[in-house]
Write a protein that binds this ligand. Structure first.
Ligand code: ME8
Length: 499
């Protein structure tokens, strides 16, 4: 059985997850369920990045002990992911004992191998972003170059531990030139490669006199820089070093927003080379969800019109499925995607309610009413099966190229074909029971295929479809179906959904 390891970034719990965080997590869940459906041995990791100064600050603002605060936030994140039907295999927290052990081990090992050394650091530092900025990026105003932040930078002067990033420049260039498909999309690949070719500087990997964080094992005055700690989560998650599940590591797919591609495509592979571990198979960077005014939706600037937390706690599962569908169906993966409640409602009504929902409801109603709730396979259905097969292989191709919207369009196409079949054959006018059975069986066969292909995006809906027709698996080799009950999958919504 082929294995695959899928990761999301670990999120800073300095505020509630929002629609942008949900976007990455839904994509990872889609891929994870897709590969499970294709019988891969999947391990899906998500979690929280807790050892950050901004998390400590958020706890202070909330008048809580940092530990108490991160514990509560971890519960909230898990609750929200559960509501969104995110089926992760492990939720990692960087305060977990096993992670502290791994991060410490990694730092020690890099030091022993000569990749970490102590030196004097002087330069611009943003406390909020925990980022060291090169002089070339810093303007006259000495504000953080991150447009979302723009806080005052501080001139940091301290002895620090450095990681020899510069030593990996040539090896990274060679790796990416030989493996141009590791980074998706191509535009990010080009960006990363030209960044490396401009020359890599060694980076500071510790902070002095910062209390909250993992201590440098051989010098307790220092904590390990949050990004080194955070990136290490991907190997802690699968047991490194003592119980390392290397078969997952061989095929790891890291998914993230474009904002953090350089950490993942430059620093992380260098650390892996230093540890003599294989490099990631895929580094997949999506675009940002943006507001109507084209601003990135973010914790600091807001803009989450869905208000994720309220949305998932106050809406029924079919609307939560609709949110997943909307995120996967809208825009083009890799590009920025404007988010609007109008588009959500439009997609909901046209594709979920009027296409899939209506199809299932009509077919089940006719079978219940005119065929005593049962249909049997009596004729050859290979002509429809072939059409569906061809859409299915396109769907597989699209998913494996991260073209989620086009993949879902293939399912819409199958539903269109089935709906058209109903309109053309007018089953409500067919009196011949056998003829009606054969038509309805074909439609049911199509619906089972739709349920299967919708599963990665809409797991709840997909199971509801199977339940209603009394099946327990997506095996499309069916001989007989008996309708168990009928319930609208997506009742039409008239206005923009308000929570
Ligand atoms: O960066 N659109 O955590 P973070 C799409 N802890 N995705 C968005 C988004 C938006 N508007 N806003 C956020 C960190 N995201 C580090 C990561 S990993 C070793 C450490 C998503 O809480 C997107 O995946 O700031 C982005 O990369 C991530 O949230 C940043 O989350």
């Amino acid at each position: 059985m082929r294995a695959i390891y899928i990761t999301t970034p670990i999120y800073y719990p300095n505020s509630d997850p929002h629609i942008g965080t949900a976007y990455t997590t839904c994509i990872a869940d889609f891929l994870s369920r897709y590969y499970k459906m294709k019988n891969y041995d999947v391990f899906f990791l998500t979690g929280n990045d807790e050892n950050s100064v901004k998390v400590e600050e958020a706890a202070r603002k909330a008048n809580k002990e940092t530990k108490e605060y991160v514990d509560q936030m971890a519960i909230l994140f898990k609750d929200i992911w559960n509501k969104l039907h995110i089926e992760y295999d492990k939720f990692i927290r960087t305060t977990d004992e096993e992670h502290v052990r791994t991060a410490t081990y990694v730092f020690q090992k890099l030091f022993e191998e000569g990749y970490i050394y102590k030196s004097f650091y002087e330069g611009w530092y943003c406390k909020n972003c925990e980022t060291f900025w090169p002089k070339s990026k810093v303007g006259e105003d000495k504000k953080c170059p991150n447009v979302e932040c723009q806080r005052e930078l501080e001139w940091l002067k301290e002895d620090n531990y450095f990681f020899k990033l510069s030593a990996f420049q040539d090896r990274l260039i060679e790796f990416y030139e030989n493996n141009p498909d590791v980074i998706f999309p191509k535009s990010r690949y080009n960006e990363v490669l030209s960044f490396i070719k401009m020359g890599l500087q060694d980076i500071s990997v510790s902070r002095k006199n910062v209390e909250w964080g993992i201590k440098v094992p051989f010098d307790k005055e220092y904590t390990i820089y949050v990004w080194i700690d955070a990136l290490t989560n991907y190997i802690t998650g699968i047991g490194y070093p003592d119980n390392f599940k290397a078969h997952y590591w061989e095929n790891v797919h890291h998914i993230m927003g474009k904002d953090i591609i350089r950490f993942h495509a430059v620093i992380w592979p260098s650390i892996l080379m230093a540890l003599k571990l294989p490099l990631p198979k895929k580094i997949i960077a999506h675009g940002w969800l943006i507001t109507a005014g084209k601003e990135k939706i973010s914790k600091s600037k807001g803009g989450d019109i869905f208000n994720l937390k309220d949305f998932v706690f106050n809406n029924p599962p079919h609307l939560i499925m609709a949110l997943r569908y909307y995120l996967l169906r809208e825009g083009s993966f890799g590009e920025d995607i404007p988010v609007s409640l109008e588009r959500f409602t439009q997609i909901y009504n046209s594709e979920l309610a009027n296409n899939f929902g209506n199809l299932v409801s009509r077919v089940l109603a006719i079978i219940q009413k005119n065929l005593d709730g049962q249909v049997y396979k009596q004729t050859d259905i290979s002509s429809l099966a072939n059409i569906i097969d061809s859409f299915t292989s396109k769907y597989y191709n699209y998913v494996e190229n991260y073209e989620f919207s086009k993949a879902l369009e293939m399912v819409v196409e199958i539903a269109n074909i089935l709906n058209k079949k109903i309109e053309e054959n007018k089953p409500w006018e067919i009196n011949d029971r056998e003829k009606l059975n054969n038509l309805m069986f074909e439609l049911i066969f199509g619906i089972v295929n739709i349920a299967k292909l919708l599963y990665p995006a809409l797991p709840y809906t997909s199971k509801k479809i199977l339940e209603q027709i009394g099946l327990s698996s997506f095996d499309t080799n069916i001989e007989k179906v008996e309708i168990k009950y009928r319930e609208a999958l997506f009742p039409t919504i008239k206005n923009i959904v308000k929570t």
